[in-house]
Design a protein around this ligand. Structure first.
Ligand SMILES: [Zn+2]
Length: 341
């Protein structure tokens, strides 16, 4: 029996819809909670090609809601895209899955969008979403937003060639899930947002012409509904109205990009140019630093502070109170490493 028979019997998909799914390419930005669930659902639905972009590694506190990963992935600090790619190929070997172990930024986004039909938001911050939004409108690619905090969540597809508002227009109305460290998050909230995001994606890919509306819910409070957002379009929006300047696509002159992270309560540092660091293979230490290598990342510890360093120079820094402190610790960790070679 055909693998997709139940889906093909569904009136909204049919054999033609299934064929369109097989010919489609979806980019998933971030394979944490939302992105990993979307990836699995789309792989099972028979999407032709999936590209996953994520520069993070699996940690134990991810396992409560990030269904693609295991205790072994967390223990070995496996790159999320590598663990996800392996699992997705086991789920459906017909799908072409490409994992890009990097964070999304304005210098790699155009390349990553080549041949992509829909972008799914699996991020946890507004900064990356504004970048996705600018790129999506500039190059005319639909994208599907998802946000959550606690038991509350919402999702909304943005379709550049339609007349509705874009993400930048709605920014002040949408939830800022950067506070998810304070409110936590239920695994079931993730499932609910993902169900909406993946359904929107299937509708876009199969040519459904319905006007998108925002779905908003609170699982714990048993509250849910669709909201019409059409009237919220901003005539002065720099992404979708008037003079479109797509602000986030302008190249930054800063030597490093520094960002507070929600999910892991740390600071992410990315050098402007990707590095090719020499990372020692063996554990080593001096009076203040301890160095531990893993397959996709290495850990440098100094007292209760920690630098998770990638070969391309990116790092996640924990136990610091400010971005300045994070940058100083990062420089110190690199100096320690240079002494080891
Ligand atoms: Zn707009």
């Amino acid at each position: 029996m055909n693998k997709y028979v139940k889906q093909e019997r569904f009136h909204g998909i049919g054999q033609l819809g299934q064929k369109r799914l097989r010919e489609s390419h979806v980019l998933i930005v971030g394979v944490g909670a939302l992105g990993s669930m979307s990836a699995e659902m789309l792989a099972r639905a028979g999407i032709g090609e999936l590209t996953l972009v994520d520069g993070d590694f699996v940690e134990e506190h991810n396992l409560q809601r990030q269904l693609l990963y295991t205790e072994l992935d967390a223990k070995t600090h496996r790159a999320k895209v590598k663990a996800a790619t392996k699992r997705l190929q086991e789920v459906n070997s017909e799908v072409k899955v490409t994992g890009c172990f990097q964070s999304l930024h304005n210098e790699n986004i155009q390349q990553l969008l080549q041949g992509v039909d829909v972008i799914i938001d699996g991020t946890d911050n507004f900064e990356t979403r504004l970048l996705i939004n600018d790129a999506a409108y500039k190059w005319g690619i639909p994208w599907v937003y998802g946000g959550l905090s606690g038991s509350y969540g919402l999702s909304l597809p943005f379709i550049p060639n339609q007349s509705g508002p874009c993400f930048r227009c709605l920014e002040s109305f949408l939830t800022d899930d950067e506070d998810c460290d304070t409110h936590g998050v239920l695994g079931t909230t993730v499932q609910m947002v993902t169900a909406q995001q993946v359904t929107s994606t299937l509708k876009i890919l199969t040519g459904d012409k319905a006007q998108p509306s925002m779905y908003k819910f609170d699982l714990w409070e048993s509250d849910a509904g669709y909201i019409q957002v059409h009237s919220l379009k901003q005539p002065s929006c720099k992404t979708c109205s008037g003079e479109r300047t797509y602000p986030t696509l302008r190249t930054s002159q800063m030597k490093r990009h520094i960002q507070w992270l929600c999910a892991s309560s740390g600071v992410h540092i990315r050098p402007k140019e990707a590095q090719n660091l020499h990372l020692p293979r063996d554990r080593c230490s001096n009076h203040s630093w301890t160095y531990l290598p893993f397959s996709d990342v290495c850990m440098l510890r100094k007292a209760n502070r920690q630098v998770m360093l990638f070969q391309d120079g990116r790092a996640t820094i924990r136990g610091v109170a400010t971005t300045n402190e994070a940058e100083m610790l990062y420089d110190e960790a690199l100096a320690f490493l240079y002494e080891q070679v």
